[in-house]
Design a protein around this ligand. Structure first.
Ligand code: G3I
Length: 331
């Protein structure tokens, strides 16, 4: 019988997967066997949980919780405050004009209160704020309605509200391109500032949407090293290794090319070796999916282009990457 991935890494970190209603059904067996943490790919985002001010929709999120709890799998919460997938009512008055600061903060508090309290003690970590740092050179915070209307301290407030609702939950700031030297420093500065302000923040999430060559391993190491220096917990929150490089817009592949999966296995091995080196800080490594039959990358950056980013293939069989990281796990 196939060794369980999460058991192999038990003394290192949790092994997680992002799930959605479709994969919860078709990948159920695989998820139960190999993973001990799950994250909702979309179902706990603002627009899904709270489409109108006076209406919450918890059905799918509750279903995920039941699945996880029935199977002894821990749940990471994703995400409370984000510029994306947030309904427009949050930022508007009833007359369609922009909401004022007080109103926006009150709505944010009420959303966080309701959601975090509902799952109090059952979600061990929350991505409280997602992607608030700008990708533009020289610009610090990402322009967003949260920032425009509420000002910079929407960040501190989000952590305070989440902590008040569940004092035991670990609270994370989550972002991508964490390995890019400039962005890495901006994220560092943000978290450092929050800590100085006394924010209840406990960790940094590194999304880790990477490919076979980018980012260079040294840049990943530098990010882990830098963030670990803040004395924070680190979670790898959205790991996948696209077989395509950024500039590659080919759409004609129906299977990975010769060599791609070998290269992917090698890269997974290097990355997991690095994670293990820092296991003192890294508590959880979550893939943004579980097996190659479903990945958000099938629609990004090109719609309808198949990708094969995981360690299990489209039939849920182990790929070479699975065997290679498993070997490492024993070391
Ligand atoms: O549910 C609708 C469906 O009714 C409609 O027919 C279909 C047509 O486009 O769209 C469906 O919604 C899509 C949704 O995923 C569910 O599949 C949205 O268009 C699509 O934009 C959405 O994408 C999600 C994306 O976040 C949105 O920003 C991806 O699934 C999800 O994997 C992705 O996850 C993010 C993390 O939250 C944050 N970090 C980056 C990561 C990847 O972008």
């Amino acid at each position: 019988e196939l060794p369980k991935l999460y058991e192999a890494f038990q003394s290192d970190f949790r092994i997680g997967a992002a799930v959605n209603p479709h994969t919860l059904s078709v990948q159920r067996e695989l998820l139960v066997r190999h993973f001990n943490s799950v994250t909702a790919e979309n179902e706990m985002k603002f627009e899904r949980l709270h489409p109108e001010e006076s209406r919450y929709t918890f059905t799918e999120a509750d279903r995920l919780m039941t699945f996880a709890e029935d199977n002894g799998i821990a749940v990471r919460g994703h995400t409370l405050v984000w510029h994306n997938q947030t309904p427009s009512w949050v930022f508007e008055n009833s007359d369609g004009g922009p909401a004022d600061r007080e109103t926006l903060l009150r709505r944010m508090k009420s959303h966080i209160d309701t959601v975090v309290s509902r799952y109090k003690g059952r979600i061990y970590a929350w991505d409280v704020v997602n992607e608030a740092i700008s990708d533009q050179g020289g610009e610090w915070l990402r322009p967003s309605k949260w920032l425009d209307i509420a000002g910079e301290d929407f960040l501190l407030k989000a952590f305070e509200y989440a902590h008040a609702a569940d004092p035991d939950a670990q609270l994370f700031y989550n972002d991508y391109n964490e390995s890019d030297p400039e962005k890495r420093e901006k994220i560092y500065r943000l978290v450092h500032t929050l800590l100085e302000q006394g924010a209840p923040i406990h960790g940094i999430g590194l999304q880790a949407h990477w490919n076979l060559v980018h980012p260079p391993l040294d840049d990943i190491r530098a990010a882990i090293e830098r963030y670990a220096g803040l004395g924070m917990k680190l979670h790898i929150t959205e790991l996948d290794l696209s077989v395509f490089q950024f500039e590659d817009r080919r759409t004609d592949l129906t299977a990975p090319l010769e060599g791609m999966l070998e290269q992917q296995a090698e890269r997974y091995m290097q990355i997991f070796r690095l994670f293990k080196e820092y296991k003192q800080y890294i508590d959880c490594v979550t893939f943004w999916g579980a097996a190659d039959d479903y990945t958000w990358l099938d629609n990004f950056p090109v719609r309808g282009r198949k990708n094969w980013p995981f360690v299990f293939d489209g039939k849920h069989e182990p790929k070479q990457a699975y065997w290679d990281i498993l070997e490492l796990a024993g070391e």
